[in-house]
Ligand binder design. Structure first.
Ligand SMILES: Cc1cc2nc3c(=O)[nH]c(=O)nc-3n(C[C@H](O)[C@H](O)[C@H](O)COP(=O)(O)O)c2cc1C
Length: 188
């Protein structure tokens, strides 16, 4: 955990694609973070597929790192793509690995979710599946604003800049609310 004034956020992006809209949205979130917040982006690209036999011999180093980063964060920020109406396998796999005992690191963590998708719903279905996992993992997901960037291919330019001002505003509000939400949970 960070010192009293500052909020340390760990961001996890569920897309590994170089030109990912979700990563681009995450960059917008980081650019609009409120004063006193730091955001680190986790590297989940090298996490192997979950295998209980492997876990019983110990967490792979990439998972150890992720678990340490989660434990040290005041809050989490997920960028959640939608694959076949749910979260991406890459994101679910990282969550599954990090969630295994001992010391389940997600428990009690405030978190927020943003997402961009090609479809009209802007990853809503995937985000609601992620929220369901948050319940099981005893996280505290921020309710509002929802950041659902639908038809993402029309909302970012060729360089990955977000051109939709409404979406930019929702992301800014979410980051401000996440700071307040994290402080609230720290007082408990
Ligand atoms: C396997 C797969 C399944 C997809 N399923 C959906 C879907 O259910 N809903 C949707 O809106 N877009 C779907 N898409 C399109 C993604 O929204 C689009 O590829 C988007 O760019 C992925 O996020 P990214 O840009 O961060 O990589 C799917 C894409 C892939 C590769």
């Amino acid at each position: 955990m960070s010192d009293a004034g500052s909020i340390k956020v760990l961001a996890v992006c569920g897309s590994l694609r170089k030109a990912s809209y979700n990563m681009a949205a995450l960059r917008v979130a980081i650019a609009q973070k409120p004063a006193g917040m730091t955001v680190e982006v986790a590297d989940i690209s090298q996490i192997p597929p979950y295998n209980e036999d492997v876990r019983q011999q110990g967490f792979p180093p990439t998972v150890e790192t992720l678990r340490r980063q989660i434990a040290a964060a005041d809050a989490l920020l997920f960028a959640c793509p939608e694959y076949n109406y749910s979260m991406s396998g890459v994101l679910k796999n990282a969550i599954d690995w990090a969630s295994r005992p001992p010391d389940q690191p997600f428990a009690g963590k405030p978190c927020a979710i943003i997402g961009a998708a090609a479809g009209m719903a802007g990853s809503a279905r995937a985000q609601y599946d992620l929220r369901r996992s948050c319940v099981f993992l005893d996280m505290h997901p921020l309710n509002k604003p929802e950041v659902l960037i639908g038809q993402a291919q029309t909302k970012f330019d060729a360089e990955g800049n977000l051109t939709d001002e409404a979406a930019r505003g929702f992301i800014r509000d979410l980051m401000a609310n996440l700071a307040g939400w994290a402080r609230l949970h720290r007082k408990r």
